[in-house]
Design a protein around this ligand. Structure first.
Ligand SMILES: *Cc1c(COP(=O)(O)O)cnc(C)c1O
Length: 761
């Protein structure tokens, strides 16, 4: 007679984001009522140790204290017993065991090579399965590139840890904060960003022994916790087009153990693989209740001992919270005083996974590429024209901090767009750019706009006056924004176009035009679409506002043309979403045409583009965008773009001088410079590329990401110009840095602060 089975099950945490240990034990209890089940964990805070399904528990030292070699020897000893098996429910423990114990016959985990094949986020093993991997990018990339990824996906992205942890990131400042937190938890820079996929969460869980698929089920989440963890689900049969390649994959990987493929099922019916875990999911007992005991089948295949057949009770499971008597000898330790009121990672991961991750990183001999060494960061490349332009300024004789205009860089952007708009123009439809004065009213830039044939886009009478002063004809000025009448009420000359921000303004402007005043050639409306979160424009999704707008536009004298302005901040919505919103805005303009029975003669698409996206996405598609507009609005005579930062953000840098170098063990850790957030108010809003002068060669070099900080001169907590740069060892007082990408709002919103004077009122 065979001795009774003794099965070790590790990973017993049973909070709202539980490990699978308790579910595995409950399923095994049904399959093998006489087996001895021993729960293993690394903290007495893992509440599953109190589950009555365990005959005994075996609590280890925490991972940071454990002697790993001795522990490996102990586990090996335990598994020497012929009837002893081990099912691990902890991803990192599995990684360590595959490394330290190898393919031990009764250790029911996948081989090391298979683990490499499921490493996040690429999951190489997924090839063959009818799933796709959402776009991702390693945070090893330079910040400029990471910011591009965020914009591309409209900041609907996730920041994920190498093994666990996923946090939604909705902006660059949020990314900076969350990256720092995750790096500190996991002691690695190797996190990754992944595009959000909309859809429902579904999983496939399977059980396999030595490359043979034993069983697989498909689970659809029916209820989730606020963290998105399963709180109820339905068990379905996987489809044949999934099962066949799954069987091949299991065989190719020579898989042993449980597994879960976590997926998103999108509205188009596609499956996106988020990750593949080398263990049973925490809800595994739900499948047993549906009559499919995947855990029992695994032990049966490994031991040859027949299991009790699972009884099908229901295809749906719910989770409930239960109070359990505490196991004698394992009192729940008292709570620790919360540190800074925040939850400690050890409380979030009672089985000590961050500690184990740290240990695994220290053991360099470990599995590759899962835990490959971290490559040195490479700085973002900087356009050659930045450096040429900076070399043209005598920085030794300027008072820093100093805004440097990069003349060739600026000229290139303005003339490139002038050429593009000219090429997109036709006899029927004129395509023009209008420079947004408020973005940077520097006269050299306004003059450049004028000389390259731009219109001027103003948001106040003051800015109109500035444009006129700078030599723009009134007929080349557009007035936009919510408070055009500031500071006076009456325009001296008819201008090219006015776009009204509200029904109230439209009523007033139509009245003036009806009274015979020559206000502007084009009178238009700024549209606020239903999808937009914005304080601007007429909310056209409201029937009342739309009807009122139509009534007013119908009252416009025939001598005035009608225009539509939509400003959808591309840097907020992301490139793809922008084009969808553009199309829906055109549909709205078309509705205005048919309701007013008048032609929409001008479309103006506003600004809000990040320079790189403007150049790489909008400029190449401009011809197409104009064609789309003309198709929707056959009477269209003019198409206007209003770029601000897309033209000038990269056209200025701020030169700052090092005031103090703070070292730790001889390495520069922080520098204080004479620039500050007063000269770079958007320092934390998006990455700024930084140039430093190499002392030996005199050349300007881009600065890479690192652990040092550039602090501003102001006695203010938030005056940090760069929180993570690599400083050259020989950086010294008096040296000059150029902080690039400061020609947009950094420049125009510069303020006087900490200089001992008040604003000149
Ligand atoms: C500010 C502004 C722009 C330019 O915006 P950027 O973000 O600098 O591109 C364009 N049009 C209007 C009406 C504006 O107010």
């Amino acid at each position: 007679m065979k001795p009774t089975l003794k099965i070790y099950i590790s990973g017993l945490y049973c909070g709202p984001n539980p490990s699978a240990g308790v579910g595995v034990a409950r399923s095994l209890r049904l399959a093998y009522p006489d087996a001895t089940l021993i729960g293993v964990d690394y903290s007495n805070r893992s509440s599953g140790i109190h589950s009555p399904d365990f005959d005994d528990v075996w609590i280890q030292q925490p991972w940071n204290k454990l002697d790993l070699d001795a522990y490996a020897a102990t586990v090996r000893d335990r598994l020497e017993e012929e009837s002893a098996y081990w099912i691990s429910c902890l991803d990192l423990e599995i990684l360590w065991m595959a490394q330290a114990l190898g393919s031990y016959p009764r250790l029911l985990i996948p081989p090391r090579e298979a683990l490499n094949q499921i490493a996040k986020p690429a999951v190489p093993a997924h090839r063959g399965l009818p799933v796709e991997i959402p776009p991702f990018m390693s945070t090893i990339e330079d910040d400029w590139t990471l910011h591009t990824f965020g914009r591309r996906h409209g900041w609907r992205v996730w920041l994920k840890g190498p093994y666990y942890d996923a946090v939604r990131v909705n902006s660059w400042p949020a990314f900076m904060a969350l990256r720092a937190a995750l790096q500190s938890t996991w002691k690695t820079e190797k996190l990754f960003l992944q595009a959000h996929v909309r859809g429902l969460e579904e999983s496939v869980s399977f059980s396999a022994y030595r490359g043979h698929l034993l069983d697989a089920i498909h689970m659809v989440k029916r209820d989730v916790t606020p963290e998105g963890k399963t709180w109820g689900g339905q068990i379905l049969e996987p489809t044949a087009d999934f099962l066949t390649p799954l069987r091949e994959m299991v065989s190719a990987l020579n898989w042993t153990g449980g597994a879960e493929l976590e997926m998103i099922h999108d509205p188009a019916g596609e499956f996106w693989l988020m990750e593949m875990n080398p263990r049973f999911p925490a809800w595994i007992h739900g499948t047993t209740l549906a009559g499919r005991n995947l855990v029992g089948q695994l032990v049966e295949a490994a031991s040859g001992v027949p299991m009790c057949q699972a009884q099908r009770q229901s295809d749906e499971f719910a989770r409930i919270v239960l109070e359990m008597p505490v196991r004698s000898g394992y009192p729940v330790p008292p709570l620790q005083e919360p540190l800074h009121g925040s939850q400690q990672p050890s409380a979030k991961y009672p089985s000590g996974m961050p500690n184990l991750a740290h240990r695994l990183h220290q053991l360099q001999r470990l599995t590759r590429p899962v835990l490959a060494a971290e490559p040195a960061p490479v700085p973002a490349s900087i356009p050659a024209s930045f450096i040429e332009d900076i070399l043209g300024v005598d920085l030794d004789h300027v008072q820093t901090p100093f805004h440097i205009l990069l003349p060739r860089t600026a000229l290139r952007s303005f003339s490139q767009l002038a050429t593009t708009t000219l090429a997109a123009s036709s006899a029927q439809c004129d395509v023009r750019a209008a420079y947004s004065i408020k973005t940077n009213p520097d006269e050299r830039l306004v003059a450049l706009a004028r000389d390259t044939g731009f219109l001027a886009e103003a948001i106040s009478e003051r800015e109109v006056a500035k444009a006129l002063e700078m030599g723009f004809a009134p007929g080349n000025v557009i007035l936009n924004g919510p408070a055009k009448g500031w500071p006076s009420q009456v325009l001296a000359h008819p201008i090219h176009a006015i776009f009204c921000d509200s029904i109230e303004e439209l009523r007033q402007v139509v009245q003036r035009a009806s009274d015979g005043e020559d206000v502007a050639k084009i009178i238009g409306v700024r549209l606020h679409g239903p999808q937009l979160i914005s304080r601007f424009g007429i909310p056209v999704s409201s029937h009342e506002a739309f009807n009122e707008m139509i009534k007013l536009l119908r009252a416009l004298p025939q001598s005035v043309e009608i225009g539509c302005h939509f400003h959808i901040a591309n840097s907020f919505f992301g490139v793809e979403q922008w084009w969808r919103l553009y199309e829906s805005s055109l549909r709205c303009a078309k509705a205005i045409e048919s309701c007013t029975n008048r032609t929409v003669a001008c479309v103006d698409i506003g600004g809000g583009w990040f320079p790189d996206d403007f150049e790489n996405d909008l400029v190449p598609k401009l011809g197409n965008a104009v064609a789309q507009a003309r198709e929707a609005l056959p009477g269209l005579r003019q198409f206007i773009l209003e770029p601000g930062k897309a033209m000038v953000q990269h056209a200025m840098a701020v030169a700052v001088r090092v005031l103090e170098v703070r070292k730790h063990r001889g390495q520069p850790e922080e520098i204080v410079v004479d620039g500050s957030i007063a000269e770079l108010p958007h320092a934390s809003q998006y990455p700024h590329r930084i140039l430093q002068k190499d002392h030996k060669t005199g050349q300007w070099q881009p600065m890479a990401r690192g652990k040092a900080r550039i602090l501003g001169r102001l006695c203010m907590e938030d005056d940090i110009l760069a929180p993570n740069v690599q400083l050259p060892e020989d950086i010294a007082e008096g040296k000059i840095l150029a902080i690039c990408d400061a020609g947009g709002y950094d420049s125009s919103m510069t303020y006087t602060f900490g200089r001992g004077n008040t604003h000149g009122l």
